[in-house]
Write a protein that binds this ligand. Structure first.
Ligand code: MG
Ligand code: MG
Length: 256
C-alpha cells in the first residue's frame, strides 16, 4: 500500500520496505564489487561493465541505464567532476584522483541509490579532508533523519558541518525521495534552516546525498549534457545512502 500524506510524499509499509532493502543491498554489493577495481589504469568503462554484470547477476536492472537517455549503468565523476560523469573506455584512473561512483539498481520494481567518492591510490591531504567532511555531512544528515524532525533539520546539519570546514554545499542538485522511482517527492536541499519543511514520518524513504565542493558552490554542465563539474575547477565529492525513516534511528537501506 502506498499513500501520500501531503505533497506527494509516499509512506511505505513493511512489505515495500523489505523490497527496498533488497534493492539497497544490491546497490551496496555493487559498490563492494567495484571497490577492488578502483585502481590506477582502469578505465571508467571497465568499472561500468563490472557494475552492469553484477547488477544483472542479482536479477536487478541498472536504474541509470537509459534514464533520460543516460548511456551507462553507473556515473563516474573524477576530481572536479561532481556527478553524472559518463563512463568512457578512454578515461583511465590515475594515482591521486578521486572518483565519485553513483549506483542505482531496480529490483522487483523498487529502487536503491547510493554514491560514494573513492581515493585512487594515495591522495593529497586536501582531497582526503574533502572526502572526510562530505562523508561526515552524510552521517550528520542521517542522524537528523528521525520521525518528528523536519527536512530542514537534515539540511541544516549537513550544511553546518560542510561550511565549518570551509567547503561549499552544492545548490543546484538535491537529495530526494526514492521508491518505485529513483526521484520522487520531496526534493531535499542539502542546505537550509532547522525546524522548517516537511515533518518526517515512519515509512518515508529518501536518498540523502550531500555534494560538496572545495571551492565555490557553483557548477556547470559539460557539452555532453551530463557531466556536472565545479565552475572554479576545485575538487568535489559526493556521498549518498538510501534510508528509511522509522520510529527510531533511520534505517540505512544501501548497506550489506
Ligand atoms: Mg545516486
Ligand atoms: Mg540520488
Amino acid at each position: 500500500m502506498n499513500h501520500a500524506p501531503r505533497g506527494g510524499v509516499v509512506l511505505h509499509d513493511a512489505r515495500e520496505l523489505a523490497l527496498m532493502r533488497q534493492a539497497g543491498q544490491i546497490v551496496a554489493r555493487t559498490h563492494q564489487a567495484l571497490r577492488p577495481h578502483i585502481r590506477p589504469g582502469i578505465s571508467t568503462a571497465e568499472l561500468d561493465a563490472i557494475a552492469l554484470d553484477f547488477i544483472r547477476s542479482q536479477d536487478a536492472t541498472p536504474t541509470f541505464l537509459g534514464y533520460r537517455g543516460f548511456p551507462a549503468s553507473i556515473c563516474t565523476s573524477i576530481n572536479d567532476e561532481l556527478v553524472h560523469g559518463i563512463p568512457s573506455p578512454t578515461r583511465h584512473l590515475a594515482v591521486g584522483d578521486i572518483i565519485s561512483i553513483d549506483v542505482g539498481a531496480t529490483y522487483r520494481g523498487w529502487v536503491g541509490d547510493s554514491g560514494w567518492t573513492y581515493a585512487v591510490g594515495p591522495i593529497s591531504a586536501a582531497a582526503q579532508q574533502l572526502l572526510d567532511v562530505t562523508e561526515a555531512a552524510l552521517w550528520a544528515g542521517i542522524a537528523q533523519a528521525r520521525a518528528g524532525n523536519r527536512i530542514g533539520d537534515i539540511a541544516a546539519a549537513m550544511q553546518e558541518l560542510v561550511e565549518q570546514a570551509g567547503f561549499s554545499v552544492v545548490r543546484e542538485y538535491t537529495s530526494h525521495g526514492v521508491g518505485r522511482q529513483m526521484h520522487e517527492p520531496p526534493s531535499i536541499l542539502n542546505y537550509g534552516q532547522p525546524g522548517t519543511g516537511l515533518r518526517l514520518r515512519p515509512g518515508m524513504t529518501f536518498a540523502l546525498e550531500p555534494m560538496v565542493q572545495a571551492g565555490d558552490w557553483r557548477t556547470r554542465v559539460d557539452a555532453d549534457a551530463w557531466t556536472v563539474r565545479t565552475r572554479d575547477g576545485s575538487l568535489s565529492a559526493h556521498f549518498e545512502h538510501t534510508i528509511a525513516i522509522t520510529t527510531a534511528d533511520a534505517e540505512i537501506l544501501t548497506v550489506c
